[in-house]
Unconditional design. Structure first.
Length: 341
């Protein structure tokens, strides 16, 4: 057999290769519509993949972040501390207002905590719901509380010198004292009332019960802290009364339960606690200036003296205060039907 390739065979081979390539190109050419469909399918697949991955990551992150938030509030009892600061602020800045600490609801969310609780007011011999608080914390920073009130004569939400009800002997009286006595005289005898009593001079806490009619109850004492005569802080921001409950609260959750300390001692301890958390306390309180360090220094130097009190009892007994030289002015608060037992 000859080793030389026949020229015709080479030509046949080349034609075969050429035809094969042409057939391949012809059989594998996609239309523009088909190519667009393939691209869209690829894009949709990639988009769905990204969405599922993102959802999986979020579903994993949210529980992890929530768990971290629980740890944040649990470490060192941070949640309990914030609850205590909020409740103690109300005890010493809101006259004749109390709350049931055991019933405070706390809801921990993503980097946040929600506090919900009711507050009560003693009028006569019964506690009445005065309203509720809704305080939202971002970590340990509170927003201004959202409050609802059920009172007929609530304290103003934004305090001012003109709206203060408990007045230092050296402070101006911004309301008509005669008008307030007329209101009290116009109330039926079968009612009990709440009265904000401003005294003519400073008194020791134990003296207050002795100078008031026996058939009345002192609920809250307003303490002289050196700022009440001017009624504003050094920057001119209005300050409000601070004080403490005059009665022992037998409920186990109240700091003023009388088991280990007097109410005066508890009051000073609370001021110490609030001074270390003054930013939180100022947000919770109505007054936007508490000046706790300055007030505490004054109290440590001068002791506790009282310039006013919230008193409740039968309306007929409260009218007797008009004849007492120790009483400078009164402001009528809430009034209820007879419940004095």
């Amino acid at each position: 057999m000859s080793d030389k390739m026949n020229p015709n065979d080479d030509e046949l081979y080349q034609n075969f290769i050429k035809n094969t390539k042409q057939e391949y190109k012809t059989s594998h050419i996609l239309t523009e519509e088909a190519q667009r469909t393939i691209v869209n399918v690829g894009k949709n697949h990639a988009r769905l993949t990204n969405i599922f991955i993102s959802l999986a990551v979020l579903l994993l992150i949210i529980p992890v972040m929530t768990l971290i938030t629980y740890f944040y509030y649990a470490i060192g009892g941070r949640a309990d501390k914030l609850i205590e600061v909020a409740s103690n602020t109300i005890y010493v800045t809101e006259p004749n207002i109390n709350l049931e600490k055991i019933k405070i609801e706390d809801d921990i969310g993503l980097f946040s905590m929600h506090l919900l609780f009711d507050v009560n007011k003693r009028i006569g011999k019964e506690d009445y719901k005065a309203g509720d608080y809704d305080i939202y914390f971002t970590l340990d920073q509170p927003n201004f509380p959202k409050k609802t009130t059920l009172l007929e004569r609530p304290l103003p939400e934004i305090p001012s010198v003109e709206t203060e009800r408990l007045l230092h002997p050296d402070a101006n009286i911004p309301f008509d004292t005669g008008g307030e006595w007329s209101i009290l005289k116009g109330l039926p005898d079968g009612t009990v009332a709440e009265l904000y009593v401003s005294l003519s001079t400073l008194h020791k806490p134990d003296e207050i019960k002795l100078i008031l009619p026996k058939e009345t109850e002192v609920r809250w004492l307003a303490v002289d802290t050196g700022l009440e005569a001017k009624q504003v802080d050094k920057e001119g921001v209005p300050i409000t009364a601070i004080g403490y409950p005059a009665q022992i609260d037998s409920t186990i959750w109240s700091p003023f339960n009388g088991r280990e300390q007097t109410n005066e001692e508890v009051f000073m301890d609370i001021l110490t606690q609030l001074s270390k958390n003054e930013e939180v306390a100022t947000k919770v309180a109505r007054a936007k200036s508490l000046e706790l360090k300055e007030r505490m220094a004054y109290l440590k130097k001068n002791g506790i003296q009282v310039y006013g009190a919230v008193v409740t009892g039968p309306t007929s007994e409260l009218r007797k205060l008009e004849q007492m030289k120790e009483v400078r002015a009164v402001k009528v608060g809430e009034v209820k039907l007879w419940n004095w037992k």
